[in-house]
Design a binder for this molecule. Structure first.
Ligand SMILES: NC(=O)c1ccc[n+]([C@@H]2O[C@H](COP(=O)([O-])OP(=O)(O)OC[C@H]3O[C@@H](n4cnc5c(N)ncnc54)[C@H](O)[C@@H]3O)[C@@H](O)[C@H]2O)c1
Length: 354
């Protein structure tokens, strides 16, 4: 039996695929490459020394998706495919509802028709909206304040309703906090095709001098240094949360929700300082107006995942800063080679699969 990973060529999905292949799982990726490239699939195979089955299919294409389901027998689905920018979702709510909700409905329909009963769904801390209490437990109220968060909550509600209606289903919902870092090889990581949404890609672009300044949105929040505090989680820890969730699904029926974060908060200035310290690089930044809808502090309570999934994050903020910088450098080296630019000053270590 194989595992279907939707969005497996993306930032988080590619790391999960590598980890699944390391466990000798048969992995099938469905991804329309709207925010990723085929090179990622090649790099997943390079890192793991194993083959994946890849299908460039849009989840909304019912006929093609059904063909994939009829070609393989899936034990579980890990569903990551979707669009994820809070700002874009405010500009284009129709696209967000269509990509995320319609795509998921078609996927769930294919699962039903093909008798696949286990799914892990990528949700987001965005479903909490403005938290009333820190750290945020899974039982906290869910009141998203943007269309992206609303699509995630709608899918969560649908999954809960399905589990109520069919006692044979096994569903885990994972609410990610702020994933950063990259695979230790520097071969896969966050490579957004469009403008990045998260702090770390902006930091690495400033470090590469592709951007003049990093904008720090507000420095008068009620936090240790006035800048926003977030719960950053290394991509490797996030991925291991999925592996533990797969184990949990082995003998669980119903629908259970877990936070995946580090359980620790770092301010924007702390991240900037850690990045400078670990990588020996100076970052230009400037404080600008707060963004509408940003909250002061967002930190996960991860006790439930520790207890039921037996999962704990291991990586440090230094690992996150080091690995994020490494992939940015590797990308630049690859790009420079392609363009025939000789670069002598940017150093990177070649990672050799063991
Ligand atoms: N990265 C984060 O900060 C974060 C935080 C919380 C939740 N999430 C969720 O995790 C999931 C993965 O996020 P990511 O950071 O890896 O994003 P990503 O954009 O790197 O990966 C998503 C992948 O899905 C593919 N895709 C998008 N729409 C598709 C469709 N209709 N059919 C098939 N493939 C499609 C894209 O090409 C991309 O490869 C998303 O659902 C996202 O909402 C991400």
């Amino acid at each position: 039996m194989a595992i279907l990973v939707t969005g497996g060529a993306g930032y988080i999905g590619s790391q999960i695929c590598v980890d699944l292949l390391a466990l000798n799982k048969d992995v099938v990726i469905v991804d329309d490459l709207s925010n990723s490239t085929l090179e990622v699939v090649e790099n997943i195979e390079l890192i793991s020394g194993k083959k994946v089955h890849f299908f460039q299919v849009d989840l909304k294409n019912k006929i093609e998706l059904d063909l994939v389901f009829r070609t393989f027998r899936f034990s579980e689905v890990i569903h990551l495919a979707g669009v994820k920018s809070v700002n874009d979702s405010i500009q284009n709510p129709l696209e967000y509802y269509s990509q995320n909700i319609l795509g998921t409905i078609i996927l769930l329909d294919c699962m039903k028709k093909n008798n696949v009963k286990k799914i892990i769904f990528s949700s987001s801390a965005t479903v909490y909206g403005v938290p009333e209490k820190i750290p945020i437990a899974e039982s906290a109220k869910t009141e998203p304040i943007n269309p992206y968060g609303l699509t995630k909550l709608a899918i969560e509600q649908l999954l809960n309703a399905l589990a109520n209606a069919n006692k044979d289903l096994s569903i885990v919902i994972l609410r990610y906090f702020n994933p950063i870092g990259a695979h230790e090889s520097g071969l896969i990581g966050e490579k957004p095709l469009s403008k990045p949404n998260n702090l770390m890609p902006f930091i690495t672009q400033v470090a590469m001098k592709e951007r003049e300044y990093l904008n720090v949105f507000g420095d008068d929040y009620d936090t240790k240094d006035g800048t926003g505090v977030r719960d950053y989680i290394h991509i490797a820890d996030l991925s291991s949360g999925h592996i533990m969730a797969l184990n949990y699904l082995d003998d669980f029926k119903g629908c259970e929700t877990f936070n995946l974060g580090s359980g620790t908060g770092f301010s924007v200035l702390e991240i900037i300082n850690a990045f400078q310290r670990v990588n020996g690089i100076h970052l230009n930044y400037r404080v600008v107006e707060k963004r509408k809808g940003d909250v002061a502090v967002c930190i996960a309570d991860i006790a439930k995942a520790a207890l039921l999934l037996n999962w704990r994050p291991n990586k440090t903020i230094e690992d996150m800063c080091k690995d994020s910088w490494k992939i940015q450098q590797m990308q630049s080296v690859a790009l420079a080679k392609e363009e025939g630019i000789i670069i002598e000053k940017r150093k990177y270590e070649l990672w050799i699969p063991q």
